[in-house]
Write a protein that binds this ligand. Structure first.
Ligand SMILES: Cc1cc2nc3c(=O)[nH]c(=O)nc-3n(C[C@H](O)[C@H](O)[C@H](O)COP(=O)(O)O)c2cc1C
Length: 374
């Protein structure tokens, strides 16, 4: 299976399966002398970790990351820093329950990847979804923790803004609430409602989808490489590549289709420090595939978990019609744990483009330009 590598100058290659010995990644292209310890990575992994509330899978994985290479103590500061060589990150799998899957090993779960893996490779590790399992996304979150350190002054935050058909009230958006409820929801009132809603979904043995918004602040203007590596195209690709993601929007996304040109235009005025000030951000901080210096805003839709307790019609790998029902431990709404994964993918794309921008144009241009003859 090829194509396990993400990115160009900041790139990582992930490895591992859900019920294998370990998962992880090798990060290549990280600049040298960036302070890095396992603690810097662990906090983000802890956000994605399963088994933290009754609303996520009860698989108990500590997701303890080990840095196996690529760091050394800087004599001058005494700090552990990157050396510029490949950084291998390893996370052991400790709570596999493979027998949960033996009853359905030959049956395809509708909405899961068993059929397509089999039809392509003729073999697949059915235990916990194997390589198609979102266990792999722990590697992305670990790589994302390093990516966050590469763009100076950048912060990337995500929030769950819709669960099933129920949206948050954006007027109540408070970033401080995101880490105070089990859903990474910025609307405290709606988070309370999500508890009872998801309890109902879970007790019915069903599942539901979600929408997640990721916002990056402090991204310099100029990132993105037209025409085949536009920043918005790379963000969309990175986000839709997350397990169970079925839709991506940048800025106002699909809503722009219903706007007039006047409504959609992000008008410009001169602001402080000889930088332009945009009067709105319908574009989500990207024009022509290049960052404007505004907030980068992306949203993605996550489908309902395919593993449900209700029997569904399917076929097995030998061509027989049958039914399948998935026991075992599953997230009733995988969108919750997708929040830190979305943040990580956005951070990886921005770090990669930051390094590519620096490689091509160095410090960039001195905008605004001097009028010739002035
Ligand atoms: C954080 C997270 C956890 C997931 N956990 C499960 C799960 O417990 N059961 C399941 O059927 N799918 C789960 N998925 C989704 C599957 O990995 C995904 O649907 C499957 O690989 C098929 O790929 P696709 O939906 O992207 O086409 C999870 C996804 C994410 C993002």
């Amino acid at each position: 299976m090829s194509f396990n590598t993400f990115g160009h100058l900041f790139r990582f290659t992930s490895f591992g399966e859900s019920h294998g010995a370990a998962i992880g990644c090798v990060v290549d292209g990280c600049p040298p002398r960036i302070p890095l310890t396992a603690v810097d990575i662990q906090g983000y992994l802890d956000k994605r970790r399963p088994g933290q509330s009754r609303f996520t899978t009860q698989r108990q994985e500590p997701d303890a990351v080990k840095i196996m290479s690529g760091v050394f103590t800087d004599e001058a500061s005494g700090e552990q820093v990157t050396t510029g060589t490949p950084i291998m990150l390893m996370i052991e799998n400790v709570d596999q329950r493979s027998k949960d899957y033996s009853a359905i090993k030959d049956k395809y779960r509708p909405g899961h990847a068993g059929y397509t893996y089999d039809v392509k490779y003729g073999i697949h590790d059915y235990r916990g979804g194997g390589r198609a399992s979102a266990r792999e996304t722990a590697a992305r979150v670990a790589a994302g923790a390093i990516a966050r350190k590469i763009v100076p002054g950048m912060t990337v935050r995500g929030a769950l803004i819709q669960m099933g058909p129920h949206k948050i009230d954006r007027a109540r958006w408070d970033w401080n609430e995101v880490d105070k409820n089990p859903f990474f929801c910025p609307d405290a009132q709606q988070a309370k409602f999500f508890e009872s809603y998801l309890d109902g979904v879970r007790k019915a043995g069903s599942s539901c989808g979600a929408v997640i918004e990721v916002v990056a602040d402090g991204v310099p203007a100029g990132l993105g490489a037209p025409v085949y590596a536009k920043l918005d195209a790379d963000l969309a690709s990175a986000l839709i590549g997350i397990n169970a993601v079925k839709g991506v929007e940048i800025g106002d996304g699909f809503a722009t289709a219903a706007m007039s040109g006047e409504e959609n235009a992000d008008e410009m005025r001169m602001g402080n420090e000889r930088k332009p000030r945009f009067l709105s951000n319908h574009a989500g901080g990207i024009l022509g595939g290049i960052s404007t210096g505004q907030q980068i805003v992306a949203r993605f839709a996550v489908k309902p978990t395919s593993s449900i307790l209700t029997p569904r019609k399917t076929v097995d790998r030998y061509g027989n019609e049958t039914e399948v029902m998935t026991k075992g431990r599953h997230d009733p709404c995988v969108g919750i744990r997708a929040v830190p994964i979305g943040e990580a993918m956005v951070a990886c794309v921005l770090a990669d483009h930051y390094l590519r921008h620096r490689a091509q144009v160095g410090e960039g241009t001195a905008w605004p330009f001097q009028k010739p003859g002035a």
